[in-house]
Design a protein around this ligand. Structure first.
Ligand code: NAD
Length: 442
């Protein structure tokens, strides 16, 4: 725990039985991501000055802010915004509300946004933020006050052409509506209409885009389809296991179900369920929307985390948090493909075992980049005062994901490297070429 820990830092609820919680070994997420950067930089023989600049974020902001709770008590919350790089465009990345949020994790996630934006050829850099608390443990009114107070405290550190937040773990379109409204009220009446693009992932009526809610999962599925085509892998009739049944996990299960892939095991922060007949993803999603978790869903048999990872399936979609597939999990995983909906779910040690076993990993930086891609479509619509149809959004996303998958797969083949290093290297090479053209000020 940090020296500056507040009361809120200590309030992470223990929902899972100890056996079902991933053992918290020392895990330095930022160091892990930097390790991938170094590997990719070596493959590219990246200009040393570019590696130096990208090795740390440009700005790291920590804000302790007070909020009056329903009880009248004043609690102090710790919020973060890390702005990794804005060479290619405004900082861009989600806001995470979770008890485990730390500065180092946010730094890792912010840098990954830089690679994702560059890989997807978006005019964005990378950023990430969050607040260290459990959003499920506060009332809706408290959640709104926490969000508004944090947005106010961020002030000019965010903006539609400077730094653009979006949803991530523990936040959603409602959170974005509150952030946008707070920001709009800070800029004065004449600018109100022009700042809708300060956040993406808004509700459609408030300036969001159709297709954004499912975008990350949709992009993941487009990637899986491309891999399946390339490998003569018939998706119809295959099975899947999904860890995390929030935004990304639930839509992944739902969209793949339409292609004939049945989800046989699921898990979230409350536990794991097994159903060899396949879950009804739609009903399970409704259950989660109503109850906040998969707990109590009648259509599955409770299993342990260990049993979940041992469940045989064709595709495993980790869609929860980082550091979930370590050595132990990698050894028992029995699948052909891992499609990383989550950011950083596989540890380097786990990855080595998986690759040695011949399991293909569609890496986060590529596989879950559909979210930021459709966020970009939302931002463009806001700038142009346009509303695109869901078909238009999906068609553009499909094209973008197909191209990115092909580029990454081709690069991996030509350089005899894995898909993760290939994705990082492609992103880095795009950033490097701009640094070489523009050089360093002054
Ligand atoms: P979410 O809050 O909607 O869902 C998170 C899910 O993870 C929930 O089902 C939760 O119960 C589960 N979870 C939390 N702690 C867990 C634990 N210890 N064990 C098992 N499950 C646990 O969040 P989301 O938006 O779906 O994000 C999930 C992942 O996808 C994150 O890594 C996020 O960074 C990544 N991602 C999200 C987006 C997006 O557009 N939302 C885009 C790109 C990447």
């Amino acid at each position: 725990m940090s020296k500056n820990a507040t009361k809120s830092d200590n309030e992470a609820p223990q929902v899972l039985a100890a056996k079902d919680v991933k053992k918290e070994k020392e895990y330095d997420f930022f160091k892990v991501v930097q390790g991938y950067l170094d590997k990719a930089a070596d493959v590219l023989a990246l200009e040393p000055f570019v590696r130096t600049i990208l090795s740390q974020p440009k700005n790291e902001l920590i804000i302790n802010f007070p909020v009056k709770m329903d009880s009248g008590e004043v609690r102090l919350f710790k919020g973060y915004r890390v702005q990794h790089n804005n060479l290619l465009g405004p900082f861009k990345g989600g806001m995470r509300y979770h008890p485990s949020v730390t500065l180092d994790d946010v730094k890792a996630l912010a840098s990954m946004m830089t690679w994702k934006s560059a890989l997807m050829r978006l005019p964005y850099g990378g950023g990430k933020g969050g607040i260290k608390f459990d959003p499920k443990a506060v009332s809706s009114g408290e959640l709104q006050r926490i969000t508004r107070r944090f947005t106010h405290a961020l002030g000019e550190n965010i903006g539609p052409d400077y730094d653009i937040p979006a949803p991530d773990v523990g936040t959603n379109s409602q959170t974005m509506a509150w952030m946008m409204d707070t920001y709009a009220n800070m800029v004065g009446s004449s600018a109100k209409q022009s700042v809708k693009g300060v956040v993406t992932g808004k509700p459609v009526a408030s300036g969001g885009t159709l297709g954004r809610t499912k975008a990350t999962a949709q992009g993941l599925v487009y990637c899986v389809i491309e891999w399946a085509k390339e490998n003569n892998f018939e998706l119809e009739g295959k099975t899947m296991t999904v860890q995390g049944f929030g935004n990304v996990g639930s839509y992944t299960a739902l969209i793949l179900a339409k292609l004939g892939v049945s989800t046989v095991a699921v898990g979230d922060h409350t536990g794991y369920l097994y159903n060899p007949e396949g879950f009804n993803a739609h009903k399970l999603q409704e259950h989660v929307a109503k109850n906040g978790s998969i707990q109590g869903y009648p259509g599955g048999k409770p299993i342990t985390r260990e049993e979940f990872f041992k469940t045989k399936s064709d595709i495993f979609a980790p869609c929860a948090l980082e550091n979930q597939i370590g050595e132990e999990e990698a050894r028992v995983l029995d699948c052909k493909l891992i499609a990383e909906g989550a950011n950083g779910p596989t540890t380097p040690e786990g990855e080595k075992i998986l690759l040695d076993k011949g399991i293909v990993i569609l890496p986060d930086v590529l596989a879950n980049s559909g979210g930021v891609t459709v966020s970009y479509y939302e931002w463009v619509q806001n700038k142009r005062s346009e509303s695109w149809t869901e078909e238009e959004v999906d068609a553009k996303l499909e094209k973008a994901m197909k191209r990115a998958y092909k580029e990454v797969a081709d690069f991996a083949r030509s350089k005899k490297t894995d898909l993760r290093v290939a994705a990082y290297a492609l992103a880095l090479s795009r950033i490097e070429s701009v640094y070489k053209e523009r050089e360093i000020f002054p």
